[in-house]
Design a protein around this ligand. Structure first.
Ligand SMILES: [Zn+2]
Length: 242
């Protein structure tokens, strides 16, 4: 996608970012208000890309049918909306920064000890709107991990949060159109776009999803106290079909 220009003038942040919207959004003022609100509630926030990712996340609503669909395949989302996650981030005073991740291929991670969500530093200073939305989705996922307050994960936990990513991604597609499709950025191509497809593909056995989760998270336990394993998680761990 083309690079959305972001003015260096604070008061102009919101409107240029709307350039790629499918349905034109007249509420640039609403975004400006949000902006001031954000700075007030998160005074540590001094990175424009993260700020805009949070603003987009805060406005994100999930489709209730999508939530039901996930529930039917044993996937439970920890937040009911993007705003729900942003509220939690504020309440728990979670910091969000660009930095080195433990491995270069990791898009984002949450450090339980430091209470920090780290976004891979390759995206520092980005003004690519699709990447900013993907960062919003990554923040949503990591805020899921933060909610558990245990510093650990499981296959079911990842399924719950990746499923939430899938419905967040679908909501962004609905709102902004096909803005992710020609992106070569790993956080999109090998991240958020992948899970929207895998969770919602027509294969009722979810073979490709199970294979992907096995590759990425197969070493984790099937479930945990907060995320008891469902059939999908068990299929990832064992050879049993879903
Ligand atoms: Zn995760």
């Amino acid at each position: 996608m083309s690079i959305a220009p972001i003015s260096s003038v604070f008061s102009n942040i919101a409107s240029p970012l709307r350039k790629n919207t499918k349905t034109s959004s007249p509420d640039t003022h609403a975004s400006l208000i949000h902006n001031a609100e954000f700075l007030e509630m998160m005074p540590w926030l001094n990175d424009r890309a993260i700020e805009n990712a949070l603003i987009e996340l805060n406005e994100l609503k999930f489709d209730t049918d999508d939530i039901k669909y996930l529930k039917n395949i044993g996937v439970n989302v920890p937040y009911k909306s993007g705003a729900d996650a942003v509220k939690f981030i504020k309440k728990k005073n979670i910091r969000i920064i660009f930095d080195k991740t433990t491995e270069p291929g990791i898009h984002a991670q949450y450090d339980f000890g430091k209470n920090i969500i780290t976004i891979n530093e390759r995206y520092r200073g980005t003004n690519d709107f699709a990447v900013i939305l993907a960062i919003g989705e990554a923040i949503l996922h990591e805020a899921g991990h933060a909610k558990d307050q245990d510093g650990e994960s499981s296959v079911q936990e990842e399924l719950d949060f990746l499923g939430m990513n899938a419905i967040a991604h679908r909501a962004f597609l609905k709102k902004y159109g096909e803005i992710f499709s020609d992106s070569q950025e790993p956080i999109i191509k090998d991240g958020v776009s992948v899970y929207a497809k895998l969770f919602f593909d027509k294969d009722t056995e979810k073979k490709n999803l199970i294979q992907r989760i096995k590759e990425k998270y197969g070493d984790l336990p099937a479930g945990d106290r907060i995320h008891p394993p469902g059939a999908l998680a068990r299929a990832v761990k064992r050879k049993t079909p879903y």
